[in-house]
Design a protein around this ligand. Structure first.
Ligand code: NAP
Length: 249
């Protein structure tokens, strides 16, 4: 799967929603899915950054994307229901959902962890993933086969001092992925899996490790094979797993 070679039309006629598509790994994944024929829906907070990704995709001549500025930390169940209705009316079905958006919060001891930051991280990184899947199930069920990818981290598999709400939210993602996969796997055509991107050259990584030389890290564009594999039929039967996009050091 790490050497999975995506054929050029892998995602032709597919509609894929990517959260956190305005920057980092989500931006690279959205552009890559579009380059392989998908109509991508770009979700992020910053309208300006989303517009830059939109323009990039349009100028490259890939299928026309859609832009969805939305703050996941504050989204309500009604907003997710409206989103499902909009996607059904505009696209007919949703074939893929890459749940990638997240914030780092503070790197600080739990003893000093600020409660407001805790709530914001948990709402963005964990609660929104639960609510998004719950809200979008009706439009995901309209696809012949729908693939959901959630985003974990090595600190979600083994807790690490000072990583606070971020680590707890990612541990929750691992569990949420397993539960959705178990509940949906045998009764519908929806698969749910998790990717740990590993150390990748993005703004989040820079904030987490300011002293690190980014030149030593892979760029988001270099870790996408697994994002292609789990989003397509090559991974049929794979459900409820958590995989690494690159070797974990
Ligand atoms: P990033 O460069 O900081 O990008 C984060 C993205 O999430 C941005 O597009 C941002 O949108 C969006 N976002 C944040 N809060 C949001 C909110 N409330 N509502 C909507 N969108 C929101 O991060 P990244 O490094 O690419 O990380 C992507 C994923 O990989 C995350 O889940 C992260 O935990 C995981 N991960 C990353 C690494 C790494 O080394 N980079 C390692 C392990 C796991 P705006 O720009 O519009 O604010």
């Amino acid at each position: 799967m790490h050497d999975f070679q995506a054929p050029p039309d892998l995602f032709a006629n597919r509609t894929i929603l990517v959260t956190g598509a305005s920057d980092g790994i989500g931006r690279a994944a959205a552009i890559s899915y579009a380059s392989l024929g998908a109509q991508v829906i770009l979700l992020g907070r910053s309208q300006e950054k989303l517009a830059a990704v939109y323009d990039h995709i349009e100028q490259a001549g890939y299928p026309q994307p859609a832009m969805l500025p939305m703050d996941l930390a504050y989204a309500t169940p009604e907003q997710y229901q409206q989103l499902a209705t909009m996607l059904t009316n505009e696209f007919g079905h949703l074939d893929g959902l890459l749940l990638n958006a997240a914030v780092l919060g503070d790197i600080t001891p739990l003893e000093q962890y600020e409660i407001g930051t805790w709530d914001h991280v948990m709402a963005t990184n964990l609660r929104s993933n639960f609510m998004m899947i719950q809200g979008l199930l009706p439009v995901l069920r309209l696809a012949q086969q729908a693939n959901i990818i959630m985003t974990t981290s090595s600190v979600g598999r083994q807790g690490r001092a000072y990583w606070g709400a971020y680590a707890v939210s990612k541990a929750g993602i691992e569990s949420l992925c397993q539960i959705w996969a178990a509940e949906l796997g045998n009764t519908s055509r929806i698969r749910v899996n998790c990717i740990n991107p590993g150390a990748t050259r993005t703004l989040m990584r820079l904030h987490a490790y300011p002293a690190e030389n980014p030149e030593n890290l892979r760029r988001p564009e270099e870790i996408l094979s697994l994002y292609h594999y789990l989003m397509c039929e090559a991974s049929a039967g794979v459900n409820g797993t958590s995989m690494d996009a690159q070797p974990v050091s």
